[in-house]
Design a binder for this molecule. Sequence first.
Ligand code: PMP
Length: 392
Amino acid sequence: MSRWDAWLGQRADLRAERGTERFDPVLRVSRPGSASRDPLDLASNDYLGLSRDERVVTAAKEALDRYGASATASRLVTGTLPVHRDLEAALCRLTGATSALAFSTGYAANLGVLTALSGRGAEILLDAHAHASLHDAARMSRVPYATFAHNDPDALAAELAARPDRRVVVAVESIYSVLGDAAPVQALVEVCHAHGALLVVDEAHGIGVAGHGRGLVHELDLVGTRDLVVTMTLSKALGSQGGAVLGSTAVRDHLVNTARSFIFDTGLAPAAAAAACAAADVVDGDPTLAAAVRANARTVAAICGIEPAAGAVQSIPMRSPESAVAAALDLRAHGVLVGCFRPPSVPDGVSRLRVTARADLAGEDLFQAARLVARTVATHEAPSRPDTVEGP
Ligand code: PMP
């Protein structure tokens, strides 16, 4: 056994001891309206059901035929194809942004923005609940970074006031992926402007859902605000894969020249770019999709007796990691798949079920699924609980 085999074995033993082993199981799920008897998918990020939309799938197939399976090189070599330009134009139409730059993932977009906009003499401040990709990006920026209290503009102001001579990049999400709450973006913009900081808003969970699908920044009429940069993913509401940065032409030019996760990465696969482009056009032309997802989220919240979240994700706090896991398994056994978040994935240490109120779930199916979630949560939160709950 090599020293590395021994080391890997020790790490695996430690995970087993702590009960933190994670898996990537192939889960069979069904979507609303399908005849399948597999559990209904209320766990994924396909909020609008666009990953299987005929217009989106057809666009991907056509791009495969036209461009092949790969962009074949980085964007600065031969990897920029007409479909990337089409996608970037569609994202600008949808969000109102002046400029867009596509990346191969939302993770790479966040990495590119924070590393390229910080650099020598800069500091980064992150909302305490900001996504792991923003934390990783801050670390890879090799500048000092710190967090401020979640959704607290006063806490941010205090941190900025303590750094009067620094060029500070502040990064937040627009709608938080696990908690489901919205950032006070207007107030954060004001604080950043008052202190000369640049604000990066990750709209991963806002695009397709808030602002008639155009995002929270659009809803708040903040598109084009100076010193505001938006990042997004193409892999959630837009049902594809990839990421993008939205901002001024100067920001785009700077990223093309300095963002290493753009320069040293193969261009977004043409089929993914075409799918996202078609999805952006669908959302652009059909505000009822975003309205449906938000109405469904309110219904799920009402039935589960929790505050409605700002976006598609309803976050249900559970008393312990064990009760969260047990409730999620019980739900799966009764035909509904939900997300289950436990420490260390949840920064505040509160385990949760994460229920996606998708746009394509309606009527009795929605009520049944939400009632089942509510009953299951109640059963597992009760002090003494039966082993199972009734099915839908
Ligand atoms: N930001 C946030 C807030 C996210 O939730 C995610 C995906 N989990 C990402 C960025 C990364 O996006 P992608 O999956 O496209 O890399």
